[in-house]
Design a binder for this molecule. Structure first.
Ligand code: ADP
Ligand code: MG
Length: 348
């Protein structure tokens, strides 16, 4: 199939979905045209996924890569308190990958997740690379003008919350690096998290936490629309790094209570027994794509308990000591150094 046939088919696939009437022109013209509404601000994000750096081809089924490409951008839009609406995705593929079923499976995973949140694929680009796969995922969302939740607006005394549980994605990546692979059934279809207690179930769950992250789209919309969060960031580099980013931008500090950090239950069962420290994975492991947000004490009572099944945990408080992030464990308090992921400073 040549690229024009491919784009034509993609166009048919997105046409039959028809989520947003405000898409004037999507796939098929030189550029995408979207009608704007008064009183609304556009929120735009892009994420680059480079093979060998952001994912391993042999450990990442194309379907899950399609899911993840959109999921990471959904997480960024959620972290702004915005509602996701339209997306663009550019893919660079080596010749042999173009010829196999990669692109079909990739878009199956991508469009399934897009459908889940009413996102319309509105454009993109296709090119050839020499050796490795490159994906650029662009997502547009909206908020009421002035309602975007920034990193820079946390105040001393605000409570610090995190959605879901932490450490699962980093544990999944460690398992992949140790040679673990997702089962075929996971790669081709969606399966709910396994509630079983065996090691195999725990391994499968952790691989999925890494390969098929669940962006907290619902929480992002609620926190933004209800004006509940005073500041927000998504956890992509790791809690210790992302709380540092938020505090730096807000010119504030934080005191975290170690015992309140929600550690992924599969990390606790599996890693505790394998010389991997569950707390360290939760503090410094990246790519959980949970939301880290702050709430003024007056607004705490208005917080929902769960959104889309995901709970929240209060893990500490914002302080007025700029740049000082402390963590309290039993009767000890120490400085929490940012040790999360950096592209150009990899600890091998
Ligand atoms: P151009 O030469 O103007 O860049 P292309 O042939 O690259 O045009 O793209 C034609 C149309 O197909 C455009 O509307 C573009 O947005 C869409 N398109 C191309 N690649 C993708 C993709 N990977 N995903 C979604 N739409 C795409
Ligand atoms: Mg093009």
């Amino acid at each position: 199939m040549n690229e024009f046939d491919f784009i034509r088919r993609l166009r048919e696939q997105t046409r039959s979905r028809k989520h947003s009437s405000r898409l004037v022109t999507g796939i098929g013209d030189d550029a995408t045209v979207i009608s704007q509404l008064a009183g609304r601000a556009a929120v735009v994000t892009t994420d680059l996924l480079a093979e060998g750096i952001d994912f391993y081809r042999d450990a990442t089924p194309p379907r899950l890569l399609g899911h993840k490409a959109l999921a990471v951008s959904l997480s960024d839009i959620a972290a702004m308190g915005a509602r996701p609406l339209w997306s663009l995705v550019s893919i660079g593929l080596p010749d042999d990958v173009w010829r196999d079923t990669f692109k079909d499976e990739f878009f199956e995973g991508y469009l399934t997740l897009a459908d889940e949140y009413g996102v319309t694929l509105a454009g993109g680009d296709v090119s050839r690379t020499v050796e490795q796969i490159v994906i650029d995922s662009i997502l547009l969302g909206e908020v009421s003008s002035g309602a975007a939740v920034l990193r820079s607006t946390a105040q001393p005394g605000d409570h610090i919350y995190v959605t879901g549980a932490l450490g699962g994605s980093a544990a999944g990546l460690k398992l992949i690096e140790m040679g673990a692979r997702i089962s075929r059934q996971e790669a081709v279809g969606r399966r709910q998290e396994n509630a079983g207690r065996s090691d195999e179930d725990a391994i499968e769950n952790l691989l999925l936490r890494h390969l098929r992250p669940s962006p907290r789209v619902g929480w992002g919309i609620v926190l933004g629309e209800e004006l509940l969060a005073s500041a927000m960031i998504d956890i992509s580099d790791g809690l210790s790094s992302d709380i540092a980013h938020l505090c730096h931008e807000s010119n504030a500090g934080a005191l975290i209570q170690s015992a309140r950090i929600p550690i992924d239950k599969d990390v606790t069962t599996l890693c505790g027994r394998r010389a991997l420290d569950p707390l360290a994975l939760s503090l410094h492991g990246g790519e959980d794509f949970e939301l880290l947000f702050t709430v003024h004490p007056d607004n705490v009572a208005r917080l929902p308990k769960r959104v889309d099944g995901a709970p929240i945990s209060c893990i500490g408080e914002i302080t007025n000591e700029a740049g000082v992030i402390l963590i309290a464990e039993k009767n000890r308090v120490w400085n929490l150094e940012p040790q999360g992921y950096e592209h150009f400073n990899r600890r091998v």
